[in-house]
Design a protein around this ligand. Structure first.
Ligand SMILES: Nc1ncnc2c1ncn2[C@@H]1O[C@H](COP(=O)(O)OP(=O)(O)O)[C@@H](O)[C@H]1O
Ligand SMILES: [Mg+2]
Length: 508
C-alpha cells in the first residue's frame, strides 16, 4: 500500500507543481460567447461577476455595453457594426465603463461618439478620459443663472432670453429652422469666450456636413467640437453620443469655461434607445418607448448647470432640439422634454410658410430663468414686447374677416406689422445687443409706422449703423451691462428718428 501511494505521489507531484506554475490565460469567468446577434445588440452568455454598464470587447475588436444582466445571459449594446459578429464568438470583460477623451484639444474637431476623429485628422492630443455617464453636479455646487447667452437673434434675445447654464428646448416640425437657430447661436459667439459642442444624433451625413461647413465658414469651428452619431451608425452609438458630448463639455466647464451644447436631436436619440430596448426585450410602454425614457433624458439634461466659483465657475448651457410631427407638442417625447427643460423655443410651420423667419411663435415660447440674466438695457423694449405682439396677432386674425376697422385698430395693426418686420431676421445675420435694442425700440415706439413696408429693411440698416457710429458710446454702455436710463433712451429715440428723417429727405 505504502509503495503504491509513494508511486502515486511520484506520479502526481510534478503535475501539481507544474499546474501551480501555470497562470491560465483565459479565465472563464472573464470571457463569454455570443449566443445571438440582432441589429445593434448581441445576447451573450458565460460571464460571472459582470458589472452593469461594463464595457466588453469582442474578439474582432468591437466594443459593447453590458446592459441586461441576467443569470444565464447578458444583453450587450454594440457600439459599432454588428454585421461582423457571429454566434460562438468570444468576448471579454474590460473592467471599465465607456469613456471618451476630453480636453481642449478636441476643439475644432469632428469626432464620433467614442471621441475618434471623423475629419481625417490625427487622434486629438488629449491627456484625460472621462466616463460618458457622470452624476450631475449636486445642488450645493450650483450657482444661479446670471449671465446671458446672446444668440444674436432678436426674437430670442429680447423675448425668450437664454442664460448661461440654462436648458432651453428648441421644438418644431421638420424644416422649420431648428438647426438654423442652434447653429446661429454657435456662430454668434465669435466675440465671447463661450465654446460650443454640436452633437448630431441620427442625422443624414449631408445634413451634418452642411452644419460643419457653416461653422467653418463662420469661423466658429475652432471653438466647437462636433460629435456625430449618424443615422447609419449603430443605435448604441446614437444612444451614447449626447452623454459623450456632455462629458466633453463637463470637463471644459470644470476648468472654468462656459460651454454650450446643442443636441440635434433628441427625438432621434429616443428612437435609437427605443430600438435598443425593444431588441433587448424590455417591456414597451407609451408609443412603444421603454419605461425609463424620461430618465435617460432627465439624467442627461440635469448635467447642464452653472457652477459656483469654488467648483470651477464654468457653465454648461443645453440647447436640446426635438422634432414634432404635425405640430403635436403633446406627444410623449416632446412633453417629457418640455417638463425637463427651463423653457422652449417653439417654431411654427405656418410662420415658416408665411416667410416670418425665424419662425418663432413668441406666444408659445417661454424662458423660465433667462429673464434674470437678460442685459438690463433690454427692459426698455422687452417688457411689453411679448404682450403687445400677442395682442397684435389676435387682432390680426380678427381683422382677416374683413370687418370695418376703426382708426385706432388700424394703427395697432400697422405698429404690429412693423414690429414683426423688425423681428424678421435672415440666417447668419447676427445682431449685437445695441443694434437689437435700437431696431426694436424704433418699431415699438412707432418710428417706423409711416414707412412703406418695402423700405423697412433699409431703415433697419440705417438704425444699426446709427448704433455703431453716432451712438457708439451708448452701445458700449449697453454691451457692458449698464441699464438704459430714461434720458439715454430719449436720446436714442431722437437720434434714430433724425437718422430716419435724413434718409427719407435724402431719397426725396
Ligand atoms: N431665419 C431664416 N431665414 C431664412 N431661411 C431660414 C431661416 N431659418 C431657417 N431657414 C432655412 O430653412 C430651412 C430649414 O431649416 P433647418 O434649420 O434645417 O430646419 P430643421 O432643423 O427644423 O429641420 C433651411 O434651408 C434653412 O436654410
Ligand atoms: Mg435640423
Amino acid at each position: 500500500m505504502r509503495t503504491l501511494s509513494r508511486i502515486a505521489e511520484g506520479l502526481f507531484d510534478p503535475l501539481d507543481t507544474a499546474r501551480a506554475r501555470v497562470t491560465p490565460e483565459v479565465d472563464m469567468a472573464e470571457t463569454a460567447r455570443v449566443l445571438s446577434v440582432g441589429n445593434g445588440v448581441a445576447q451573450v452568455s458565460g460571464f460571472a461577476g459582470l458589472h452593469a454598464n461594463e464595457l466588453v470587447r469582442f474578439s474582432g475588436g468591437e466594443v459593447g455595453i453590458a446592459s441586461n444582466l441576467r443569470q444565464d445571459r447578458v444583453g450587450v449594446i454594440v457600439l459599432g457594426d454588428t454585421a461582423a459578429l457571429y454566434p460562438g464568438q468570444r468576448l471579454r470583460r474590460t473592467g471599465r465603463v465607456v469613456d471618451v477623451p476630453v480636453g481642449e484639444a478636441l476643439l475644432g474637431r469632428v469626432v464620433d461618439a467614442l471621441g475618434q476623429p471623423l475629419d481625417g485628422g490625427d487622434r486629438p492630443d488629449t491627456q484625460d478620459r472621462q466616463p460618458v455617464e457622470c452624476a450631475a453636479p449636486p445642488i450645493m455646487h450650483r450657482a444661479p443663472v446670471a449671465t446671458p447667452l446672446q444668440t444674436g437673434i432678436k426674437a430670442v434675445d429680447a423675448a425668450i432670453p437664454i442664460g448661461r447654464g440654462q436648458r432651453e428646448l428648441i421644438v418644431g416640425d421638420r424644416q422649420t429652422g431648428k438647426t438654423a437657430i442652434a447653429v446661429d447661436t454657435i456662430l454668434n459667439q465669435s466675440d465671447t469666450d463661450l465654446v460650443s459642442i454640436y452633437c448630431a444624433i441620427g442625422q443624414r451625413g449631408s445634413a451634418v456636413a452642411r452644419v460643419v461647413q457653416d461653422l467653418r465658414e463662420g469661423g466658429a469651428l475652432d471653438r466647437t467640437i462636433v460629435v456625430v452619431a449618424g443615422g447609419d451608425d449603430a443605435p448604441g452609438l446614437q444612444f451614447i453620443a449626447p452623454y459623450a458630448a456632455t462629458s466633453m463639455a463637463e470637463h471644459l466647464m470644470a476648468h472654468g469655461r462656459d460651454v454650450l451644447v446643442v443636441y440635434d436631436d433628441l427625438t432621434r436619440h429616443a428612437r435609437a434607445y427605443r430600438e435598443l430596448s425593444l431588441l433587448l426585450r424590455r417591456p414597451p410602454g407609451r408609443e412603444a418607448y421603454p419605461g425609463d425614457i424620461f430618465y435617460i433624458h432627465s439624467r442627461l439634461l440635469e448635467r447642464a448647470t452653472h457652477l459656483r466659483k469654488e467648483h470651477g465657475g464654468g457653465s454648461l448651457t443645453a440647447l436640446p432640439v426635438v422634432e414634432t410631427q404635425a405640430q403635436n407638442i403633446s406627444a410623449f417625447i416632446p412633453t417629457n422634454l418640455i417638463s425637463i427643460t427651463d423653457g422652449q423655443i417653439y417654431l411654427s410651420p405656418e410662420l415658416f410658410e408665411k416667410g416670418h423667419l425665424p419662425a418663432i411663435d413668441i406666444g408659445t415660447s417661454v424662458s423660465r430663468v433667462g429673464g434674470k440674466a437678460q442685459l438690463p438695457a433690454y427692459r426698455a423694449v422687452a417688457a411689453d414686447l411679448r404682450l403687445m405682439y400677442s395682442q397684435f396677432e389676435e387682432l390680426e386674425s380678427f381683422a382677416r374677416f374683413g370687418t370695418q376697422l376703426d382708426k385706432e385698430t388700424r394703427a395697432k395693426l400697422t405698429r404690429g406689422q412693423r414690429v414683426r418686420a423688425m423681428l424678421t431676421q435672415a440666417e447668419k445675420d447676427h445682431m449685437t445687443v445695441p443694434e437689437q435694442i435700437a431696431v426694436l425700440l424704433a418699431a415699438t415706439e412707432g418710428l417706423l409706422d409711416d414707412l412703406a413696408p418695402d423700405s423697412l429693411d433699409e431703415a433697419a440698416n440705417t438704425l444699426r449703423a446709427v448704433m455703431r457710429h453716432r451712438l457708439s458710446d451708448m452701445s458700449n454702455d449697453i454691451a457692458a451691462g449698464k441699464p438704459l436710463t430714461d434720458k439715454a433712451r430719449a436720446r436714442m429715440q431722437d437720434t434714430l428718428r433724425d437718422a430716419l428723417a435724413e434718409e427719407r429727405n435724402g431719397d426725396a
